[in-house]
Every structure is written in C-alpha cells, then in structure tokens.
Design a protein around this ligand. Structure first.
Ligand SMILES: [Zn+2]
Length: 76
C-alpha cells in the first residue's frame, strides 16, 4: 500500500523493533511483523499485532527486573 505518512513510498513486509516507555521502564520488542515504508521507514501494524504488542508490553512490565527489557515478538 501507499505510505500514509510520507505519501511517496510503498510499504512492504518486514520486521520492526518497537519500544515502549512506562515510567522508568523501557520495553523493547524485536522482530515485530509490520508493513514498512521503503521511503521513510514508517511501520504499519495490523490490528492483531497491535493488540498483541500492548499485551506483551503489559506482561513485560510485570516481569521486568531492570529498567530495560528486550524480548522477541511472539504471537499469542
Ligand atoms: Zn513513507
């Protein structure tokens, strides 16, 4: 699809690293499936992925034992 952000690039399937910040805690989720703009790099996540990301971030917030947590994206 056409990128809605830059309106120049086309998106193609790839993997993106997503970072959440919750207070002092930084949660990094790697290898998240996304449509990524080849021009500006803007990632687009589908609804299921977005929901799963929120869930992972929430779970991670409880598990975290340091200020930075890095984990791989995994489907539900
Ligand atoms: Zn773009």
């Amino acid at each position: 699809m056409k990128c809605m952000f830059c309106r120049i690039g086309e998106t193609c399937f790839g993997h993106q690293t997503v970072t959440f910040e919750q207070g002092d805690l930084v949660i990094v989720i790697r290898a998240v499936p996304a449509q990524i703009c080849e021009a500006c790099g803007e990632p687009y996540f589908d609804q299921a992925t977005t929901k799963r990301l929120e869930q992972l971030a929430e779970d991670s917030a409880h598990e975290a034992s340091s200020n930075v947590l890095v984990r791989e994206f995994c489907a539900a």
